[in-house]
Design a protein around this ligand. Structure first.
Ligand SMILES: Cc1cc2nc3c(=O)[nH]c(=O)nc-3n(C[C@H](O)[C@H](O)[C@H](O)COP(=O)(O)OP(=O)(O)OC[C@H]3O[C@@H](n4cnc5c(N)ncnc54)[C@H](O)[C@@H]3O)c2cc1C
Length: 429
């Protein structure tokens, strides 16, 4: 259906897409004023390469044609169709910024544009994709042995092998350093570790074939990453029950990971990386995708609120859009979406140049998630009583934004990360 997969786009322009100076569309000498585009108020498109625009178009078309028609029922039924990851894999949307191993090798900004397209439909769909792409594939690419990369990445890129990322535990969310999950030498199986412990609120865990689990190695007390393959776990050693009846992110699937002396081959442990740097580095990539992604969902809220305000008439047949209070709500939201998008593009460029400090990603993740939640709650008011109907979609975005503000570092935790960087004083404990 789609003429180009991302892999084809990337191939046609060399392995890694490079940033070229934007075209200046108009000369300063021109007399007439350039038009204002409410859908891209600060002309962020001018900062994108032709390849990035083509990738964004491919992703947007798939999301609008294939995901949007499914989302309302999926949200009502709290159902996630794993085929979605296969469809995304066919288009090259998974692990898109990874070079090689069947991945497209696009820029970080292009990867962000994909998350923005998916999240414009629903944050739950973006979450399922981000876990696969950034948290698990990204982790394997960055820290896995060559053998691990060859074994897992090509099938994950095609969406044939599904991943989950287990860091959060029932007693340790914001403070993962205190995790209780433990890996010790297996008492009977030579060359294996035995993993015990529980992870909770894990996206994709009930459907995952490979679970990247972080646990403390008993011998050293250091956190290590383990690739737990469901097919190799004897009955009773690995359970991944779903957590049902969520009131946000219902179009994604979330569960637990319960390990009871689960045998994992030594060859499935990440070879070098120790401590929190491993999981935090994976989170950094995923947080970048969230920062760009939530701008897509906020843009959807703006477009829907604008349409509603133009059509709905109150007092003397005036459209709601005629009233100043309503216009201010739209102006606030459009400004925050435009600023957030520009900030995410800037950090993406720096990321590809190796010049993005983790605090920059904390800043855009926190700011864009907070602004998306705040503005969507205000835009919801424009719909009056109709906001309560799920047909209008705005309530779904608001509920999802609570989760995006909470996971991968709750906003207040990112405030502490930024506060530490600004003052030099650690305020976590
Ligand atoms: C739908 C969903 C999907 C998820 N998917 C995944 C996944 O795939 N993998 C995964 O590993 N995790 C996942 N999570 C877990 C998520 O990352 C955690 O919920 C998050 O990190 C917060 O941890 P917590 O829920 O334990 O909250 P807590 O750590 O208990 O925090 C509760 C509140 O206290 C605040 N707080 C905590 N410590 C401090 C402090 N020192 N100073 C000030 N305030 C503080 C927090 O900011 C927060 O507001 C998911 C969560 C949800 C809801």
């Amino acid at each position: 259906m789609f003429r180009h997969s991302l892999r084809a786009v990337a191939r046609s322009s060399g392995a890694r897409l490079s940033y070229s100076r934007p075209m200046i569309a108009r000369s300063f000498a021109s007399a007439s004023q350039p038009p204002f585009n409410w859908e891209d108020p600060l002309a962020s498109r001018n900062l994108l390469t032709e390849d990035e625009l083509a990738i964004a178009e491919t992703a947007e078309r798939y999301c609008q044609e294939r995901l949007l028609p499914r989302v309302l029922q999926a949200y009502r039924d709290e159902h996630y169709d794993p085929k979605i990851l296969e469809e995304m894999g066919e288009l090259g949307l998974l692990g898109a910024s990874i070079d090689g191993y069947g991945c497209a090798g696009v820029s970080s900004v292009a990867g962000g544009l994909i998350t923005r397209a998916v999240e414009r439909v629903d944050s739950g769909y973006r979450s399922g994709m981000s876990v696969q792409s950034s948290l698990v594939m990204g982790g394997i690419y960055e820290f896995g042995s060559e053998e691990q990369k060859q074994k897992f990445l090509p099938d994950m890129a095609r969406g044939k092998l599904l991943g989950a990322f287990g860091l959060t535990e029932p007693n340790h969310g914001s403070d993962p350093g205190s995790m209780e999950s433990v890996a010790r030498p297996h008492p009977t199986k030579k060359g294996y570790y035995s993993l015990s412990g529980a992870k909770t609120w894990i996206t994709n865990s009930p459907i995952a074939d490979v679970l990247l689990v972080w646990a403390k190695l008993q011998e050293t007390g250091k956190i290590r990453g383990f690739l737990v393959e469901r097919k190799d776990c004897p009955p009773g050693t690995l359970e991944t029950p779903a957590l049902k009846d969520k009131n946000g992110l219902r179009a994604s699937i979330t569960g637990m990971i319960q390990m009871d002396d689960c045998p994992v081959p030594e060859a499935n442990m990440f070879p070098e990386i120790e401590g929190l740097r491993g999981p935090f580095s994976c989170l950094n990539n995923a947080r970048y995708g969230i920062a760009m992604g939530v701008m897509g969902a906020l843009e959807d809220c703006i477009a829907r609120a604008r349409t509603y305000a133009l059509e709905r008439k109150q007092f003397k047949g005036n459209p709601l859009a005629r009233y100043q209070l309503v216009q201010k709500k739209l102006a606030d939201a459009a400004s925050d979406a435009a600023y957030g998008t520009l900030a995410a593009i800037q950090v993406g460029r720096l990321k590809d140049e190796g010049r993005a400090a983790p605090e920059m990603i904390s800043m855009i993740k926190r700011q864009n998630c907070d602004m998306a939640l705040r503005n969507s709650r205000v835009l919801q008011e424009i719909f009056g009583g109709n906001a309560v109907s799920d047909e209008y979609a705005i309530g779904r975005h608001v509920a999802n934004f609570f989760v995006t503000q909470t996971y991968e570092g709750q906003s207040d935790i990112h405030s502490l990360i930024l506060g530490r960087a600004i003052t030099g004083i650690q305020a976590f404990v």
